[in-house]
Write a protein that binds this ligand. Structure first.
Ligand code: FMN
Length: 359
């Protein structure tokens, strides 16, 4: 059996155990997803921030572009969010300080978005459209949710950043586990104490692979065939790449963001809560530095994310990367301007070459 035929490819009905990571925020366009799936990998829609109708129409578009399996990714909401009035006004003060510089017309304000309702509605779409694969991050979906999805044939994937989380996901009944190392770009999937989720992929993958019976998908810092082979040797049965797909032609990342990725190095990323209130890895910039310097003015996730939305949107419009969230992993120097087909071709051919030359 070759490296590309294993339990993961069998369970998902794909040709290569390579996932294009779900990346919320408009990056995972139907083109990015369908091209990945058409190339034999698994394209994933980052639907965490999307409205139910948007998810429905994205799924429809993906299905027009591919008849291969694809996944949808959702954020398990926090149980409860609390913060003091003092913290709230500090946060609003800090962010309002950018209003003039960024020429923002409206005041920075808290919204009354209900994230639990949104999640319920998102789940309804995933169920009614019978998506083949549904992955989750930031927590463990309820037992009933997992049961309902599995009953209709959807494969359920959870995200873990340490062994404890992986064991809990396994006990809850998911089918596969994404082991997300601290090199990873974007948010940590961590749902226990924050510091417990900062394990590098080299240490994390074998420890999770040893602890659970389920197939493990390695994520974090994998950019090319060398990373894929290393992950397999460490015990993974599949890989999930985010940063490598970001500069692809089909990705919805802003041109300024793509440019920043291609001009950055392994030492330019940092872990920050400044944009969203939840720890995430991205290219350091002025907004992160200034907000981190006044740590009392960061509200919990997803409130902080809501509050900084207008700033991020306006910064993108003004092409000002100092105020955009430039999520990226530590493998930055290995990122290339390419297409999904080009990237998938390179990853699969070179991985096969390495495996064949060693057997
Ligand atoms: C821009 C960006 C957005 C992301 N959004 C999500 C998301 O919505 N859901 C999720 O499970 N993971 C998300 N991630 C994390 C990826 O699933 C994956 O763990 C990570 O990209 C792997 O590390 P790498 O970037 O070094 O390849 C995101 C990553 C990036 C770079």
């Amino acid at each position: 059996m070759g490296w590309n035929q294993n339990t993961v490819t069998d369970m998902l009905g794909i040709s290569y155990p390579i996932f294009q990571a779900p990346m919320a925020g408009g990056i995972t366009t139907p083109e990015l997803i369908s091209e990945t799936s058409n190339s034999g990998g698994l394209g994933n829609l980052g639907a965490g921030y999307m409205m139910p109708e948007e998810i429905k129409s994205a799924i429809k578009e993906i299905r027009e572009l591919t008849d291969k399996p694809f996944g949808v990714n959702l954020f398990v909401p926090n149980k409860e969010i609390t913060f003091s009035e003092e913290k709230r006004s500090e946060a609003l003060n800090h962010l309002s300080g950018y209003k003039a510089e960024l020429m923002l017309e409206d005041d920075i304000q808290l919204t009354d978005k209900n994230y639990h309702t949104l999640y319920e509605q998102q789940l309804e779409v995933v169920l009614s459209t019978k998506v083949p694969i549904c992955s989750f991050t930031f927590g463990i979906p309820d037992e009933n949710v997992i049961k309902d999805l599995k009953k209709q044939g959807t494969i359920v994937i959870g995200t873990a950043t340490n062994v404890k989380e992986a064991l809990e996901l396994e006990a809850a009944g998911v089918d596969m586990i994404v082991a997300q190392g601290s090199e990873a770009g974007g948010h940590r999937g961590t749902f226990h104490e924050e510091a417990s989720g900062l394990i590098g992929s080299m240490a994390l993958i074998p420890q999770i692979a040893d602890a659970v019976k389920l197939p493990v998908i390695a994520a974090g810092g994998i950019m090319d065939a060398r990373g894929i082979v290393a992950a397999f040797i460490l015990g993974a049965k599949g890989v999930q790449l985010g940063t490598a797909f970001l500069p692809c032609r089909e990705s919805g990342a802003h041109p300024i963001y793509k440019e920043a990725l291609l001009n950055s190095t392994e030492d330019t990323t940092t872990l920050t809560k400044a944009f969203s209130g939840k720890l995430a890895r991205g290219i350091n910039n002025r907004f992160i530095k200034e907000t981190e310097n006044s740590t009392d003015s960061i509200l919990p996730y997803p409130i902080q994310n809501d509050l900084t939305g207008a700033i991020r949107k306006q910064a993108a419009k003004l092409k000002n990367k100092e105020f955009m969230s430039l999520w990226a992993g530590q493998g930055l120097r290995l990122a290339n301007r390419t297409s999904v087909k080009g990237l998938m071709g390179e990853l699969t051919e070179e991985t096969s070459q390495i495996f064949h030359s060693n057997h």
